[in-house]
Design a binder for this molecule. Structure first.
Ligand code: CS2
Length: 501
């Protein structure tokens, strides 16, 4: 009943929030809109929007409000609009919650129904930055060629229908085309997705798309638009009713229907670029000449191990990453994977590697973040290469064994069997779900392994393929037969790296 009578978060209710709730020292309508963000999910709101708010607070420069674009679902837009675009970020760990109200979003935009049009928003001369969190699939790049996938339905739609694009790539090209026509300076476009060389992939997709429309436009983009790579890091849980209840309690009974929950840890590493921008470096971001080492460390240590914990954890019946990493056997394998398989492929001194691994295992165990397996494990086919098999390939070439990566792949194959069983995973979300579920149904483990590993669009080309097939097949046979924890225990390294943290 409480929710029916609670006042709603908004400009009018800001003054009645408890003192310990941090809030912006402006309201959204006082800000200029200097940023367009594509992909207004929880991650953006708990990361770039918060850093931007802090940067504006540090300098008083209020030109950096964000037009935040939801690419398909309207719910977050509806919720934000009903509360003057304000929302709460709850930073949560075992020590408790800290609540901060964010007011950096000046417009919450639902792309499919936006009357102004996202491309026009991008072309607004006050917009100096476009950021993106649209997931790997949103880049419309073929994993085999690394180029724009012109055969995909959304790309074909956007090539036909320039005035009403549905992909981030079509929207960007439309916006940049308008800037060129006007004769203006284009915005800097920053990818914030967990992809290898994200800025370069984005640049290639945008230029590839523009070339299908007009070679001179493609050439102009190549010469004038900067696409710095960036590496983001913060574990953000999808918000649910429990977060709304937590927000209401922190906000002294004021209702927020769009809160986000995240861990306190946050980094953003951005490749240097020129042009006007918020002073993000005053708010936790860092600018570097080359992000490659940071990117590989982030993708292989954090994101790769998330996959390991998600697939093996789901087979063991765990619902969240925190539960899986509280299991000493799974935590031991996660540590071993990072120290013995992913670590040796990184340019990271041993003491930094050990420190990072300890910190990651602590972050994974954060009991206040409900990071559920379905989310972390989804779209595995898009994540496998940059997070797992690129490192595996280097290890195999160097003669290093890869037992944890083998188990990760085998447990991902088993993940398709969990679909519809009433286990923690009830729905497998993956662009290739149907085809892969068919392969996962092959009864013989060696043939199943062979059929999966033949998908070089997912795994890349692996050396010693026969050996990898045999090992994945053997792991599948054990997973078919034995309890997953026993299978993991047998693969723990004798040299002690696989001790629980
Ligand atoms: C996760 C990431 O769902 C996933 O793929 O691995 O969202 C992860 O939580 C973030 O990259 C952390 O920075």
């Amino acid at each position: 009943m409480d929710t029916l009578i609670s006042p709603r978060l908004g400009v009018g209710t800001l003054p009645r929030l408890p003192r310990n709730v941090t809030r912006p020292d402006y309201i959204p309508r006082q800000l200029g809109t200097g940023i367009v963000h594509l992909g207004c999910g929880a991650f953006h709101r708990a990361h770039q929007a918060l850093i931007t708010q802090h940067a504006m607070a540090a300098t008083g420069d209020q030109r950096w409000g964000i037009a935040a674009v939801a690419m398909s679902r309207p719910d977050v837009v509806t919720a934000l609009r009903a509360q003057d675009n304000l929302y709460t970020t709850l930073l949560r760990d075992s020590a408790g919650d800290h609540a901060e109200v964010v007011g950096a979003i000046t417009a919450a935009v639902h792309a499919p129904s936006d009357r102004i049009g996202v491309a026009r928003r991008i072309a607004d001369p006050r917009v100096r930055i476009v950021t993106l969190t649209v997931t790997a699939g949103g880049y419309c790049v073929s994993p085999v060629t690394g180029q724009l996938d012109v055969s995909s339905d959304p790309v074909r739609h956007d090539l036909r229908c320039a005035s009403n694009p549905c992909t981030a790539i079509g929207m960007l090209v439309g916006g940049l085309q308008a800037v060129r026509r006007r004769g203006g300076v284009p915005p800097v476009v920053i990818s914030c997705d967990n992809l290898s060389a994200n800025g370069r992939q984005l640049r290639s997709a945008v230029i590839g798309f523009a070339a299908m429309r007009d070679d001179r436009l493609a050439d102009w983009i190549a010469r004038n638009v900067q696409f710095p790579c960036s590496v983001v890091d913060r574990i953000v849980a999808p918000a649910g009713p429990a977060d709304e209840a937590a927000a209401r309690s922190r906000l002294g009974g004021v209702d927020d229907r769009a809160p986000v929950s995240a861990e306190p840890f946050l980094t953003w590493t951005i490749e240097d670029f020129t042009g006007d921008r918020p002073h993000w470096e005053l708010a936790g971001a860092r600018f570097v000449g080359d992000v490659t080492d940071h990117e590989l460390a982030k993708l292989r240590l954090l994101n790769g191990t998330h996959m390991l914990l998600a697939y093996l954890g789901a087979l063991a019946g765990h619902a969240t990453v925190a539960e899986a990493s509280a299991d000493p056997v799974l935590a031991a394998l996660a540590r071993q994977f990072m120290l013995e398989e992913q670590g040796p492929t990184l340019n990271l001194p041993p003491e930094d590697l050990h420190r990072t691994v300890d910190e990651l295992l602590r972050r994974f165990r954060n009991p206040a973040i409900r990071h559920d397996m379905r989310r972390v494990g989804r779209n595995g086919s898009e994540k496998m290469m940059p997070r797992v098999t690129d490192a595996m390939r280097e290890n195999l070439a160097a003669g290093r064994p890869t037992p944890a990566a083998v188990l990760l792949i085998a447990s991902w194959i088993r993940w398709f069997d969990l679909c519809g069983t009433g286990n923690a995973v009830t729905e497998v979300i993956d662009p290739h779900a149907e085809a892969l579920a068919g392969l996962a149904a092959i009864a013989h483990p060696q043939l199943r392994a062979r059929a999966f590993l033949a998908r070089t669009d997912i795994f890349g080309e692996l050396p010693q393929l026969d050996r990898v097939r045999r090992e994945v097949g053997a792991a599948l046979a054990e997973l078919d037969r034995d309890h997953v924890i026993d299978v993991v225990r047998r693969r723990l390294s004798p040299n002690g790296n696989g001790r629980a943290a």
